[in-house]
Design a protein around this ligand. Structure first.
Ligand SMILES: [Ca+2]
Length: 275
């Protein structure tokens, strides 16, 4: 756990991130028929998640996004530095996933482009399976942005802002459990799980998320109202933590080494609070 926290802190202290996925391209894209899409692609400011029923999912957490000809080239964090090229086309979005062996100066190589469309309303099953996870993917970018630039208290405020569904300015056990389920989804997608694996992972993690959320509330809920405030999150942690200007400024934390969503979120919170 100590190693994880040290890693989190080191990564949070990294330089601001200048590039990002262009806003018009962000959001959910679908391959094939809107009533029964073959695949779902979610683009956030600094990430892409490709989700299919049968095939392994893919998660790109971009370290860089730079123009390359008519495309944007996103290069993900991690040892393999996975690459995703994308651009707007009349039908919607075009993506290319280059072969890992293709040199940067020969992109896109022989990889075939895929086209994606917007759909007014995704099939309910897709939302049910991926909704909380996609929300967490976006929330994580806001946390990385707020915690990366040194404004005291901004990190706790961002955690409250991202987690506070009810709008009372405090985090309940249910709100923390939601973040933990989202974190469990992220880990399952990062591990390349197909839809069934992700569903199993979420099912198995749901109870753990509730228990871990209750523990977290009880460990910091000094006024005993059953919810965590920004002040409680910051209690006795001199100096607070860092803040910045928006999700585009963040830098992708490494997510490896966490056993589950609850542990990931706990590590994240502890790492943020330790700053
Ligand atoms: Ca709340």
């Amino acid at each position: 756990m100590r190693g994880c926290l040290a890693l989190l802190l080191a990564l949070l202290a990294g330089p601001a991130f200048a590039q990002a996925v262009p806003p018009p391209l962000r959001g959910a894209w679908y391959a094939g028929d809107c009533a029964d899409p073959a695949a779902l692609l979610v683009l956030t400011a600094r990430a892409a998640a490709r989700l299919e029923a049968e095939a392994p999912s893919r998660l790109y957490r971009f370290a860089t996004t730079t123009p390359l000809g008519a495309h944007v080239l996103g290069v993900g964090v991690g040892a393999e530095a996975p690459r995703l090229m994308f651009r707007a086309v009349p039908q919607g979005l075009e993506t290319i996933e280059p072969d890992p062996k293709t040199r940067d100066d020969r992109l896109p190589g022989t990889a075939q482009p895929e086209t994606w469309r917007r759909c007014a309303a995704p099939p309910p099953g897709l939302s049910l399976l991926h909704g909380e996870g996609v929300a967490f993917l976006a929330a994580l970018e806001h946390l990385e942005a707020a915690c990366g630039a040194g404004t005291p208290g901004a990190c706790a405020a961002a955690l409250i802002a991202q987690g506070d569904v009810s709008g009372d300015g405090r985090l309940s056990a249910a709100e923390l459990a939601r973040l933990m389920r989202g974190a469990a989804w992220l880990l399952a997608v990062q591990d390349g799980g197909a839809a069934e694996t992700i569903a199993v992972s979420l099912g198995g993690g749901a109870l753990a998320a509730i228990l871990a959320a209750r523990l977290l509330v009880e460990s910091l809920d000094y006024d005993g109202d059953g919810r965590l405030s920004a002040a409680e999150l910051l209690q006795d942690r001199a100096g607070g933590f860092a803040g910045a200007a928006g999700a585009e400024a963040g830098r992708a934390l490494r997510l490896e080494g966490f056993a589950g969503g609850a542990e990931l979120l706990r590590g994240l919170i502890e790492g943020l609070l330790a700053r």
